[in-house]
Design a protein around this ligand. Sequence first.
Ligand code: ASP
Ligand code: MG
Length: 420
Amino acid sequence: MSCGAAPRIVMKFGGTSVSNLDRIRKVAQTVKRQVEVGCEVAVVVSAMSGVTNQLVEYCQTLNPLFDSCEYDSIVATGEQVTSGLLAIALQTMGIKARSWAGWQVPILTDDAHGKARINQIDASALIRCMKEGIVPVVAGFQGVDHCNRVSTLGRGGSDTSAVALAASLKATRCDIYTDVDGIYTTDPRIVKKAKRIKAIAYEEMLELASVGAKVLQTRSVELAMKEQVRVQVLSSFEDHDSSKEECLPGSLVVSEDEIVEKEQVTGIAYSLNEAKIVVKGIPDLPGIASSIFAPLAEANINVDMIVQSSGTNQTTDMTFTVPKTDLLRAKDILEKAQNIIKFNQLITDENVVKISVVGIGMRSHTGVANIMFKTLAERSINVQVISTSEIKVSVIVAAEYVELAVRALHTAYGLDKMND
Ligand code: ASP
Ligand code: MG
């Protein structure tokens, strides 16, 4: 069977998929199957699971203020090992293959070592390699800067390597093999009825990723959206033929127009990483919001949801959320600015959860937010803060309700029955 008109695919394997030699042999089988059905395949690999963490720890132990160029040359080695091992495993099965380090491709990046961005990929050598019937196995996560120094793309960066390569190779699809079989409607650990999403829009994936579903590096999704790369997330722990899209084994991340049935809500995410701050009794005067948020912005504290509500005697209350890790700093900054902000009381609360419902269908369905409020009210769950975007409604509620709320919302939006 062939892969269709332009049978070129990028297959990326994450750390757990290549964690030992047996798994690497299994990956080689998966690659072999695609080669044998006539696809032109380029492979991208991560380091064996745990290896990058170990390498990072070596650097930190020697010197917590390590030189980031050296850090990159050290942590990039994990992927280089895997690419060589997979090339040998493929050769052993009779498939021609060779490894490619980032600089050999070359994958050119900026010089922000440790979190570099890809500037350009010259894919011509890889294309020649594939045309000669040799499978290129590219070390993910790494590139080279304009001074010829090895760079890395930030943790989880081999997803971005794969998507960037797929874009420059004009691949039909970028298959990301991982240890889960796709993107779910919500966290299956708390909702047994969570379902695999067959197709999700880039924008939805970005909203879900930013609130806690960490299957793909966020940057890789942004890049896929920009370059219109079709991404398929699938498990390397199951046998399937990814060339048969009609019986999709994983989740496709694609552009909105490819999604036929636009559910009002596609997925529900939650995050326990935020804390709430209430600044009470501030004089209700112009410029007051800026007196609160300017010093926080200066300190690089990311403020997420904001509500202003009127208090008594021409005063107002400002409620907002910040990352939990920044709460103490934020509190300190606000207390120091008391003489400018002139608040009566500063209340902070770490026992909160942010729950978000996401769906491109919200653009055309009305009443989506109301279902959320009604469902939570029926369970006597008090909504403390609300924020909305075109395709997302988020609320802050007490952390103890996370499971109850997510389950109830999953049912209310009809997600328990999806895909059945
Ligand atoms: N090995 C790198 C990491 O652990 C990159 C990746 O796996 O995507 O962050
Ligand atoms: Mg990853």
